[in-house]
Design a protein around this ligand. Structure first.
Ligand code: ZN
Length: 202
């Protein structure tokens, strides 16, 4: 399976990183080795100076598809979830400056935190509240109604380039409020108030 990530999908997050608003979705991949095993803490890797959290709504693809039309995109997923796109921000900034690929900053082992998945029918996907709580303080408070590209548009877009396969996961971008993690932090993600993951940083 593969992980397809969307960058710059929330206007306020684009502003906080002083990025340009893209004309089309920013897309990058993480390999399956990036998935943090369930219930494992995240160990800050030795090379990293500034690991940031980015809480994101996840979409789990349920069948093979290519050139998926936006109006049929809803047939390609039954479940949504919540996760964190862990990012070495300092390294990413250096790579961005030089115009180099982001993988070392975005796709390292453990960088994809994947929480629980839920049947999509349980939620209003165009008005879905989600939060990241760090050490009992809400640090990211998002709603999918502020996405620049909605889930179905993202599926249509990325499937022009990558054949989607059953089990693939799309990270749909992070809202504002990203920040650094330190050892002993505890990060809890919630969808509509329900805990989707609980991550310890070591
Ligand atoms: Zn992200």
């Amino acid at each position: 399976m593969k992980i397809i990530c969307i960058g710059r999908n929330y206007a306020k997050h684009i502003e906080e990183l002083e990025n340009e608003r893209p004309e089309s979705p920013v897309v990058f991949l993480k390999p399956d080795s990036a998935i943090l095993p369930k219930k494992m803490p995240f160990f800050i890797p030795p090379f990293a100076n500034s690991i940031h959290y980015e809480v994101e709504v996840l979409v789990k693809i349920n069948k093979v598809g290519k050139y998926i039309d936006k109006k049929f995109a809803h047939k390609y997923y039954d479940e949504i979830g919540l996760g964190i796109d862990l990012t070495d921000r300092e390294m990413q900034s250096k790579l961005k400056e030089k115009g180099l690929p982001w993988e070392k900053a975005k796709a390292f082992d453990g960088s994809a935190v994947v929480g629980s998945f839920y049947p999509k029918e349980k939620f209003d996907l165009e008005n879905l509240n989600f939060q990241l709580i760090k050490n009992q303080e809400v640090v990211q408070d998002g709603n999918t109604n502020s996405m620049l590209w909605k889930i179905d548009e993202l599926i249509a877009y990325v499937s022009q380039y990558f054949t989607l396969k059953k089990g693939d996961i799309i990270f749909t971008g992070t809202p504002a409020g990203v920040g650094e993690v330190k050892s002993n932090d505890v990060l809890i993600g919630t969808i509509e108030g329900k805990e989707a993951f609980n991550l310890k940083i070591k």
